[in-house]
Design a protein around this ligand. Sequence first.
Ligand SMILES: [Fe+2]
Length: 358
Amino acid sequence: MLGNTSATVATEAAATTSPTPAPPKYPHYLPTRPDGYAATTDVPLFHAEEPGLRADPSKPELSKAATSLRNITPRIGTEIHGVQLSQLTPAGLDEVALMAAERGVLVLRNQDFADIGFDRQRDIVRHYGPLHQHPTMGYPAGTGPEFHVVYADESVGTLRDLLGPRPSYDLWHVDQTFTPNVPSTTFFWILEGPAGEGGDTAFTSLQHAYDALSPSFRETLNHLEVFHTSASVGEVARIGQERALREAVNTVHPLVIEHPVTHKPVLFVNPTIGRSVQGFHASESANLLAFFHDHIRSLDFSCRVRWEPGTVVVWDQRSAAHSAVPDFAEGERRHMVRMIPYGSQPKAAFPRTGEAPR
Ligand SMILES: [Fe+2]
């Protein structure tokens, strides 16, 4: 029997009233944008070092420090215990770049990275290249737009709110590929995770996505090029189509690139930014890209990273695409920071005969 007593009513009322949210654990990392939003800036081509090319292939510093190195799947992802990113020498940081290139994504547990301060965080990631300055994302007060704060809570909402009603919210992409130089060894760390479950990040290997295609199909792809634009799905959602198109920065990259560190061919597709195949009719391009965008989602090449306090993820954006998994409860706080260095300009894995490699 349902009890309709005043005590029951009071209990039900308490259950439907949201509790006062706990204050953030890292208030000095809350996103701010005192200078307002900027237009997406074009970054002209520049020569970028690839630290992974300098690394000793045997990775002596990582091997010595690691107490556990466990592959998440055979094709992508390695979880590392015992290595402290903040303690690595420049040669050790080079080894991280090489390993991230080879494995797509590294998951480093029990890091002090979130607590070493803005300057040291910036210095470590800058080891890999000049840092991308995000035009719209918030950054911690007193820093700059090279810190990309990814923040959800009861007032700002999540990716679900940004993208509107959809049947699912995975949004596979590579960050900021609309400039000649593209992101390389990217750092993403957690400050505070949802009190409940969820908020993982998924990664998929673009190298293994290429390898899985038939030799005949690969042949037809090897000389194609893709138009990349900052007027991406995410950017249109964030600032509106009109402004996104007006401020767009565009470039063209080969569809199949040679990874600058591993030298392996990579299917360099980017569902949100790489929008059309050069020289194809719109329907040809849309259908071919739709096939790839479905293909790279396969569990054959992908993994899902669960965040724990102290986790830092380092991934190579030429090796792996990624997606947020915004499955945590409405209103829960998830507080993360990302920093993106630029690497070299992608070059074709199979330049046409007589064509100078880019
Ligand atoms: Fe991203």
